[in-house]
Design a protein around this ligand. Sequence first.
Ligand code: PGA
Length: 249
Amino acid sequence: MARKLAAGNWKMHGASASLAEIEALAAEIGAPGVEVLICPPATLISRLADKTANTPIQIGGQDCHAAEMGAHTGDISAGMLADAGANHVILGHSERRTDHGETNATVNAKTEAAQAAGITAIVCIGETLAEREAGQTLDIVTSQLAGSVPDTSTAANLVIAYEPVWAIGTGLVPTNDQIAEVHSALRSALSDRFGSDFANAIPLLYGGSVKPGNAAEIFSVAHVDGALVGGASLKSSDFAPIVKALASS
Ligand code: PGA
């Protein structure tokens, strides 16, 4: 069985005032019985890691460079994330694929770098609405999976997040059947490539408009081991019920 993970992606939100939000979240979730991760902007990683040191909340990054160090102004390496207190990093989010032209090859190289630095990579994949309407969803997500996941992956250093691009920040959510179809295709593809023990141990997260009101239903879908949550991770009053829904799923 894969570990259950509720991951929050703060995107470009959060400043010093968010330290109080993390304290509130820690108080609300107590000992949650599932893994809880917050990925704040890079500027907050170190302070949030300090704040959460004695809580079940883990801290992650939202991107890293593929190189260990060098002349890459504005970039951050996986080793730097680890040094700041992160143990996960989101890679290949659709916003990075769109805003920064990241390809599967870019994501693959970054994932390998993260894993080499001892960080677990959350590799994001997902189809656009046009691709879904053209009946290409399974082809797209399985080719993104094949291209973005490096051979260095182990059951401990890889998480996959299925995030339909059309569901991110829109309030639209796929049906349970649509989520189940993709997650089971991803599990099979991982099994074909790495074997069934590996495939069964990799958390498969769903992401895209997960809210307190729909989390329990999403977590009831086969092969859904957790969620990658954007907007509803910013406030503890929204994220804590999602964590609790996962714990009781
Ligand atoms: P959302 O974002 O929950 O705000 O839709 C999800 C994500 O982009 O990870």
